[in-house]
Ligand binder design. Structure first.
Ligand SMILES: Cc1cc2nc3c(=O)[nH]c(=O)nc-3n(C[C@H](O)[C@H](O)[C@H](O)COP(=O)(O)OP(=O)(O)OC[C@H]3O[C@@H](n4cnc5c(N)ncnc54)[C@H](O)[C@@H]3O)c2cc1C
Length: 385
């Protein structure tokens, strides 16, 4: 039955994404994971199908859709058994490009946003550094003004799409040495002298997504490369985090749902002691717990999506949804693997990939602990230093 939050249009869109996932993504899962890369043509194809930049105006290659369309996209990509693609697309459409739409000049929108939404350019977002992860305000990458140029120096780490990206939305310090002030955004093209990909990182999961370490050494960009206002970079990037966290929750719920469905099927087929596993009460109760938790996480996520869609900015509830959905997904994929027994531990069964990919949900986009910190601050107020 259709959830009342979604219209017929959302459901038609869901059908078309689901068909695309089943036909064009899932059959390649093993091959792409083995190659540690999915092809760039996935972006081009999704651009052609109008699946990228759903919320942006048509003029910039988007579809002018409401917030629930990207939720549907995140849910359906979560069903693909290749977590990497949902993550790469979320970085492209929900993290690296929204600040261009909101704060960019017309020239920047035509140069970066339009081709990104068409799938002709790939974007990445550079916030995290070796010494600044959860503590974003500790970033050390600097941009120094020199005439009509900015000179960028520093390192970024764990950058999704960082190896293949055509450009980066980069956060760097232009003013005060510490804190959230004095930080600005830049759009830097791959190939700019001084900007190098130093390493492709080897990961536990999300293996077909490329994750890079990047180096900026006296990298000179024109003043026109600054995105938005000087010194406002942190605020420019933070406003979008809430939407991105709802997407992350939706994606986690959908991956949990798929893992549950695999376990349900397996439990009905696998016979031990003369009976299917689903006959044993311990398995039945485990499946009941799984589906109950998934449903609870889904409803919290939908509630946040509905509030966000209606112009509210419920930071506490969104942090709860991101935290709870990531934890539920972690528990569900682990239980689903357990139901598969030894077969679940074999690479030929897709459940292992859900198990490995899902672990990132409790780290990326703000860790569990940081989500709890935000919730506690909302409930108790900030702790005095
Ligand atoms: C696969 C992958 C893809 C990523 N993609 C991107 C990307 O595209 N762009 C980007 O900029 N970043 C990206 N990240 C970085 C990600 O956002 C960070 O890894 C995350 O924010 C945590 O930072 P950290 O890894 O430095 O951990 P740390 O901040 O060092 O945290 C280590 C541990 O300490 C805990 N901790 C830290 N501070 C506190 C505190 N105050 N109270 C309690 N506990 C605390 C954390 O919760 C965690 O458990 C990616 C990471 C991964 C693994």
């Amino acid at each position: 039955m259709r959830h009342p939050m979604f219209t017929e249009e959302h459901e038609l869109f869901r059908d078309s994404v689901r068909k695309f996932v089943e036909k064009e993504l899932t059959p390649h899962a093993e091959e792409w994971e083995e190659a540690e890369e999915f092809p760039n043509t996935v972006f081009t194809r999704m651009g052609e199908l109008g699946f990228l930049g759903l919320r942006f105006p048509e003029k910039y290659g988007g579809q002018n859709c409401d917030f629930l369309f990207p939720i549907v996209l995140a849910e359906e990509l979560g069903r693909s058994s290749i977590g990497s693609i949902g993550m790469a697309v979320a970085v492209q459409s929900e993290m690296a490009t929204p600040p261009i739409h909101k704060f960019g000049t017309e020239e920047q929108k035509m140069k970066y946003l339009l081709p990104a939404n068409q799938g002709k350019k790939i974007a990445c977002l550079g916030i995290t550094e070796p010494n600044a992860g959860s503590d974003v305000a500790a970033i050390q990458t600097t941009a120094r003004r020199d005439g009509d140029q900015w000179v960028i120096n520093g390192r970024k780490i764990f950058i999704t799409n960082g190896v293949r990206a055509d450009f980066i939305t980069l956060i760097a310090r232009t003013g005060e040495k510490k804190g959230y002030k004095g930080v600005s955004l830049f759009l830097v093209d791959k190939g700019t002298p001084g900007f190098t990909v130093t390493r492709k990182l080897n990961k536990v999961g999300m293996r077909s997504s490329d994750t890079a370490e990047l180096l900026f050494e006296d990298c000179r960009v024109p003043v026109s490369a600054m995105l938005g206002e000087e010194g406002k970079g942190f605020y420019h990037i933070m406003w979008e985090l809430q939407g991105e966290r709802i997407m992350a929750a939706a994606n986690a719920v959908s991956r949990a749902q798929m893992a549950y469905e695999l376990a349900l099927k397996y439990a009905q087929e696998r016979v031990q002691f003369g009976k299917p596993l689903a006959h044993f009460q311990v398995t039945r109760h485990r499946l009941a717990d799984m589906v109950t938790e998934i449903e609870a996480a889904r409803h919290l996520t939908y509630y946040c999506a509905w509030m966000f869609q209606n112009g509210e900015y419920p930071v506490k509830e969104i942090s709860m949804a991101k935290l709870f959905a990531a934890q539920v997904a972690g528990r569900v994929v682990d239980a689903a693997l357990q139901i598969h027994g030894g077969y679940g531990y074999m690479m030929e069964y897709p459940i292992q990939r859900y198990w490995r990919d899902t672990r990132l949900g409790r780290i990326g986009g703000g860790t569990d602990e940081i989500m709890k910190e935000i919730i506690a601050n909302e409930v108790l107020g900030r702790m005095k230093e």
